[in-house]
Ligand binder design. Structure first.
Ligand SMILES: NC(=O)c1ccc[n+]([C@@H]2O[C@H](COP(=O)([O-])OP(=O)(O)OC[C@H]3O[C@@H](n4cnc5c(N)ncnc54)[C@H](O)[C@@H]3O)[C@@H](O)[C@H]2O)c1
Length: 325
């Protein structure tokens, strides 16, 4: 799926983008698109839209700078509009990031579909709903698909590109080419599945984490320390399957599955099923507030700084000269 156009040519081709829904994720996409030199039109019914976007872009600037992107005069290429039709008219690409609510997404996409250019690339940030369901109200969904980022999209590389039943394979290739030009790591899924891959994996671990915390095995911060000082670090390098392939020694994955697989199977059978009832929500969120605090801006800044350090170190370690040092 390699494009024969340079990143500059691709960003020129998709110069005019539209962001529909400017909460946490739409704001982050907007900041990245602006820093990559694109012209961005935004729509969101929130009454504080203009002030919120200006603040969001300002807050993203240090991280964008640390990624080597320019952050001067970003707001000059930003336009705030009053309805989704005005946002998508003439746009080369739409990145919808409205609420994770299927009827709302279907309504939004029905409106986008009536006004967007037939050549525009139409992407939804949805974390769980597929393009097949979201595009129900669109007469033509050939260019509509999922471009699911990880929070914050201006920093975390992955974008899951997921076509629906009516998506043209050419649109998948275009989305992959566009996100690559943007500096992202797009992975196109071969099949549509609710929650896609990354969130399905997270959901399983999240459920077990809630189970372990509510059972009193560890506190929320201890559980996160277990993650960040072992599997989190490992998975940033080799992922889960290659890690276990290496964990089998010379026998690789086959030996690992035959040797350590059966105890894992027992744990799968015994894993807790988390229920988000009122008591569980209160217990876990009170502990999170107590252990992590509520200074989200400070936590976000530190998170971004550490993630940039990891990305930079991984890039350097992948250079051939690093291996021969
Ligand atoms: N939060 C995450 O970690 C994350 C990660 C990846 C993808 N996503 C996906 O991104 C999307 C947005 O999530 P979020 O976390 O930014 O939510 P959010 O609640 O922060 O933002 C949603 C925004 O949509 C706006 N909105 C409400 N009605 C609208 C309408 N009719 N048209 C356009 N906008 C409307 C709201 O005013 C709000 O600003 C969801 O589909 C979500 O699943 C979220």
């Amino acid at each position: 799926m390699q494009s024969n156009r340079s990143p500059e040519q691709l960003l020129e081709q998709y110069r005019h983008v539209s962001v529909i829904g400017v909460g946490l994720i739409g704001m982050s996409w907007t900041s990245l698109f602006l820093a990559r030199g694109l012209h961005v039109r935004v729509y969101d019914p929130r009454p504080d839209l203009e002030a919120a976007v200006h603040k969001g872009v300002e807050q993203a600037a240090p991280t964008l700078n640390a990624l080597g992107l320019p952050t001067q005069n970003l707001l000059q290429r930003l336009k705030i509009v009053q309805d989704p039709e005005a946002a998508v008219e003439g746009a080369d690409l739409v990145q919808e990031s409205g609420p994770e609510n299927l009827p709302m997404k279907q309504e939004i996409w029905g409106r986008i579909g009536r006004k967007a250019s037939p050549q525009a690339l139409l992407l939804s940030s949805s974390s769980t709903f597929g393009a097949t369901d979201i595009s129900r109200n669109m007469p033509d969904a050939r260019r509509m698909l999922i471009g699911h980022p990880f929070n914050p999209p201006y920093l975390v590389p992955l974008v899951e590109v997921v076509p629906g039943e009516r998506t043209d394979p050419a649109a998948v290739a275009e989305a992959v080419a566009f996100y690559t030009a943007l500096g992202k790591k797009p992975i196109a899924l071969h099949k549509e599945i609710a929650g896609f891959v990354a969130n399905r994996l997270q959901a399983v671990i999240f459920g077990e984490a809630i189970h372990l915390v509510t059972q009193g095995v560890v506190t929320v911060d201890e559980l996160d320390d277990v993650m960040t000082s072992s599997i989190g670090l490992r998975w940033a390098v080799t992922g889960i399957l290659q890690s276990f392939h290496c964990g089998g020694g010379a026998g690789g994955m086959k030996h690992f599955l035959e040797h350590i697989g059966p105890p894992f199977e027992r744990i799968w059978r015994e894993s807790g099923t988390a229920r988000l009832d009122e008591a569980t929500i209160a217990f876990v969120s009170n502990q999170a507030t107590e252990k992590f605090g509520t200074n989200f801006q400070e936590m976000g800044t530190l998170r971004d700084r550490k993630q940039i350090a990891i990305l930079k170190t991984l890039r350097e370690a992948a250079q051939p000269q690093a291996a021969s040092r």
